[in-house]
Design a protein around this ligand. Structure first.
Ligand code: SF4
Length: 212
């Protein structure tokens, strides 16, 4: 894909996925910190089944910091890796209270000091809570699609993110975050992507190679 194709590429994906957006349910910044932490190695759908009970039990960041670890583990158990996730949720709540006056920080460098929050999660939080689209959350879908389309030949998420930031104009970074994930869930799925019906196959290196 070339830079001149970017507008058409975005437009085709927007037409295919008009509802593309964050699929984790949350009402407060710290609820998203929690939901993002729970979503590691777990589907957003599963997380959204677990968080209503969790958010009902923990209404404030103090509640997250003070909940008994075994009670928290039990609530989030079905999300997998629940012991580690429970530990991180409690610790990140304490960190927000002690280091950031109880407010989830917006800076990348601050967010990544929170337990269980890496660059990918921090990008999601910055975008969805603070409307700051300065990076791309490179998850398994974004990584795969970027390689297949030819947007990046890198394997390391950080390098892929840098390639995407360099290639796409800043005004499209918010869209890119949502659209690539939705495309990965709905069409460019792992192992058997639906290339013949793909809305962006004309821009895809993989499709061109196969002469689709
Ligand atoms: S053409 Fe195939 S490999 Fe390329 S983006 Fe579409 S589904 Fe993915």
């Amino acid at each position: 894909m070339q830079k001149k194709d970017i507008d058409k590429f975005i437009s085709a994906l927007k037409t295919a996925y008009p509802e593309a957006g964050c699929s984790l349910d949350f009402n407060t910044p710290f609820q998203l910190v929690t939901a993002v932490a729970l979503s590691a190695q777990c589907t957003d759908e599963r997380v959204n089944k677990v968080t209503p009970k969790l958010f009902e039990r923990c209404k404030t960041i103090e509640d997250f910091a003070n909940i008994d670890i075994s009670e928290l583990e039990e609530i989030i158990r079905s999300c997998g890796f629940y012991k580690n996730k429970a530990k991180n949720i409690k610790l990140s709540a304490k960190q927000v209270l002690e280091n950031f006056n109880g407010e989830v920080p917006s800076k990348m460098d601050d967010l990544t000091t929170l337990a269980g929050i890496g660059r990918k999660s921090a990008n999601v939080i910055r975008l969805e809570v603070f409307n700051l689209a300065t990076g791309v959350a490179v998850d398994t879908h974004v990584k795969r699609i970027s390689n297949l389309i030819g947007l990046s030949s890198e394997k390391d998420p950080l390098k892929i993110e840098q390639d995407l930031i360099k290639f796409f104009p800043k005004k499209y970074l918010k869209d890119i975050n949502h659209l690539l994930i939705w495309h990965g869930r709905n069409c460019c799925v792992a192992r058997k992507p639906h290339c013949t019906t793909c809305p962006v196959k004309q821009f895809c290196k993989n499709a061109l190679t196969k002469s689709l």
